[in-house]
Design a protein around this ligand. Sequence first.
Ligand SMILES: Nc1ncnc2c1ncn2[C@@H]1O[C@H](COP(=O)(O)OP(=O)(O)O)[C@@H](O)[C@H]1O
Ligand SMILES: [Mg+2]
Length: 232
Amino acid sequence: MGIPIHFENVSHRYGGSEDEGVGVVALDDVSLELEAGSFTAIMGASGSGKSTLLHIGGAIDRATAGRVLLGDVEISRMTDAALTLVRRERIGFVFQFFNLIPTLTVRENVRFPLDLLGTDPKARAARVEEVLQRIGLAHRAKHYPSELSGGEMQRVAIGRAIVHRPPVVLADEPTGNLDSRTGETILELLREIHRLDQPTIVMATHSDHAASFASSTVRVTDGRISREARKP
Ligand SMILES: Nc1ncnc2c1ncn2[C@@H]1O[C@H](COP(=O)(O)OP(=O)(O)O)[C@@H](O)[C@H]1O
Ligand SMILES: [Mg+2]
């Protein structure tokens, strides 16, 4: 089950400081409430702040101003160590360029988040096989990322993102590096995960078609929310 994500007056600046007025303002006073179990598409031009928003919501980066809550936990006030734990337990992140670990097999990549959490080895193995089935790659379990197609690599990345049953799944242009037919299978997999597990999913995308898989769309322009729309 998903948890809500709240952004309250969140700003983010890369480099420089508020006083100096230099650096890049990637997010500018963003307030956004994403309900538990919702599936939201974040749309906007390149450089509009989509990745920054996902990184801050996913505890990968910390906002330079404002409050961010995952469920009832305020992550914007946490120490780095606490943030790392939140990320491991509550977040699954899917990157545009897959970011698999090249020296690990498909099975080991999928298992990696459970290894970090140190869950019971027997349960861990069973869960990994279940996820390999679900992403349709059980037959490739012993292969390395370099032996896979882009679509297969992204399926492994999705497996790794959901193996620990995180309440929040963030996907940053997950189909941006795939042809449209392969992208379709990735979107269908995300939809299936949403239907079965009901995590809160936030997906950045350029594509209207990809966004149509989500139940609402948030548009970002120059670091600000410019429009929110919900599917009827
Ligand atoms: N690490 C960084 N250092 C400096 N500026 C950055 C960094 N990451 C992103 N930016 C800038 O912040 C703005 C928003 O970037 P980003 O969130 O990556 O947008 P999007 O994902 O929509 O393309 C852009 O102007 C980008 O150049
Ligand atoms: Mg981006």
